[in-house]
Design a protein around this ligand. Sequence first.
Ligand code: ACM
Length: 411
Amino acid sequence: MKRRQFMGSVGATGMIGGLSAPGLLTMTNASLAQGNDIPVGLLFSLTGAVAVVESTLHDAALMAIEEINADGGVHGKQLRPIIEDPASDPATYADRARRLMIRDKCVSVFGSYTSASRQAVLPVTEQRKNLYWYPTLYEGRECSRNVMYGGAVPNQQQDELIAWAIENFGPRFYMIGNNYVYPKEENNYCKTLLSKLGGEVVNEEYVPLGHSDFSSVINRIRSEKPDVIFATVVGDSDVAFARQYHAAELDPGKMPVISLTRSEVEVKAIGGEAAAGHYSSAPYFMGHQTPENEKFVEAYKSRYGADQVTHFVSEAAYFQVYQFKAALEKLDPSNITPEAIRDAAVGMSMMAPQGEILIDENLHTHLWPKIGQWQTNGQAEVLVQSEERIAPKPYAAYDGQSCTGQGLVKA
Ligand code: ACM
């Protein structure tokens, strides 16, 4: 991958937020054959352990729906959001998804943060031939035809990052993650890169989800003296880890944390002082200077409060609603089904706050990886930005397997 140190602005060829994306049909005045509005499900936890992040995804998706409605809706119909709160419980995600897809006849459902919740919804959306718009970075190794994947997969967050970290800090990596599928698969991919690039794993540790006492982890880090802490701890655990790392006076100048999950919303909870000097890899940071992002951030703050932050998962929750709208606009309004929406969305490009994104035939998204260093004001300074949009490879760690427009292909 080519990379550019110290980002500049990205050229605009179209935008979301009321204007059409390049190459899309313009809105027609035709009416939908049935119904007065278009029901869409919002399945983000507003209570429970993951509410701290999922409530911001809910807010961003709802804001996009309301912007679209204020602008006349789609085919002259309003989008009707039907809100469910799965209370951070995987079985409840499946139950509420079923309700949204069957009882409420939603033509798409937008939802969730953790891979555990996506995996709970997967059999429901596949069985119902519905469409689940999932905005979160995740581990890949999945190739559903009924999920639209808006977040980064490992190659999009790590290819740039690992080479850059070895070059800048050294080859000895200490892996710390929560104990579930996402961190384990990210670490597997990291190991394949380390072995190609001459790096090594000093330790690989997993703590339970929600774990909040990192004193023994920090003691081991202190005695191992790795060059880099490679972190895939999520949510409250990441907040606790960052605070305790800072309180233990471990110096980011000597042992920086590079994170795949830490965004502006976790940094807000950690506090700028404790987060400062560490790094994250993400396709979007709040300070990105494009007209599309300035509009997004301004709208978000004016709606939810000047102290609120946008981040790489809420950006995807926002742009996926616009992708949905653009796909609907391509359809005959008398023939709107979830799978017709999916087929219309494939190959579609659109100007998002992070840059121009594209939906691959494998239903994952081409994104713009960046590496940012956290500052005391809670914002990231972007140090590296890829010069090109990076294609998603959900099976990059698995030789001979790939996710294509026909589903999973094994050599
Ligand atoms: C994740 O669980 N996909 C962060």
